[in-house]
Design a protein around this ligand. Structure first.
Ligand SMILES: [Zn+2]
Length: 198
């Protein structure tokens, strides 16, 4: 197994000069996540972050401290105390910006976001969200924000029918008129409304 630096692991494959279909951690051509890691290496990174008590970046972000410590102890029992992917434990972020509430919120959202999903999952989530609102017509930007927070690195280009890939979530969803109706605000540009097709 190849040890990699945190910076390398955090870098996206796009910024990397290596072949972008190879895992940053193990160099194998496997399905990769947004960090350029295969499922195996992503698990190693996750355990390394928990070993370092780097809760903010890990899936354990939302656990109470006692549960986090219990999880850490369990990981060390099962997988050992040594890091599996990272060369050194990640130093705690020191600059003020990384401590801002906004950044913490973003990290918490990213940690809780669903990372494996299909177009159908996104469409179903949009449907459920619209249904839960009190009004028939919902401002599309609210739906978009909800979906972007719920689904990790939501990229409309990867969703929808393969022959009709779109850059915008709006256009992707507009491809399903049997499920969603979209209308443009008459006098204001850029505002769209969406409702469920009944
Ligand atoms: Zn790997």
């Amino acid at each position: 197994m190849q040890k990699v630096s945190l910076m390398k692991a955090r870098r996206t494959t796009r910024d990397d000069t290596r072949n972008n279909w190879e895992c940053v951690g193990c160099d194998l051509p496997l399905p990769l996540n947004e960090q350029g890691l295969c499922a195996d290496c992503a698990g190693k990174l996750e355990r390394d972050l928990i070993r370092a008590r780097d809760w903010e970046y890990s899936y354990a972000a939302f656990l109470i401290p006692e549960r986090q410590e219990a999880l850490r102890a369990q990981i060390i029992r099962e997988f050992g105390a040594a890091n599996e992917l990272l060369v050194t434990p990640k130093p705690k972020p020191k600059n003020k910006r990384s401590h801002s509430t906004n950044t913490k919120r973003k990290r918490a959202i990213a940690a809780a976001a669903i990372r494996e999903y299909t177009s159908e999952d996104v469409l179903q989530a949009a449907h459920d969200f619209i249904q839960k609102q009190g009004d028939e017509w919902v401002n599309f930007s609210r739906v978009a924000q909800y979906l972007q927070e719920r689904f990790y690195h939501l990229k409309p280009k990867r969703l929808g029918q393969p022959e009709k890939r779109h850059n915008s979530l709006l256009k992707m969803i507009a491809n399903y008129p049997e499920r969603f109706q979209i209308r443009k605000e008459a006098d204001q540009t850029g505002i769209y409304w969406i409702r469920l097709t009944s």
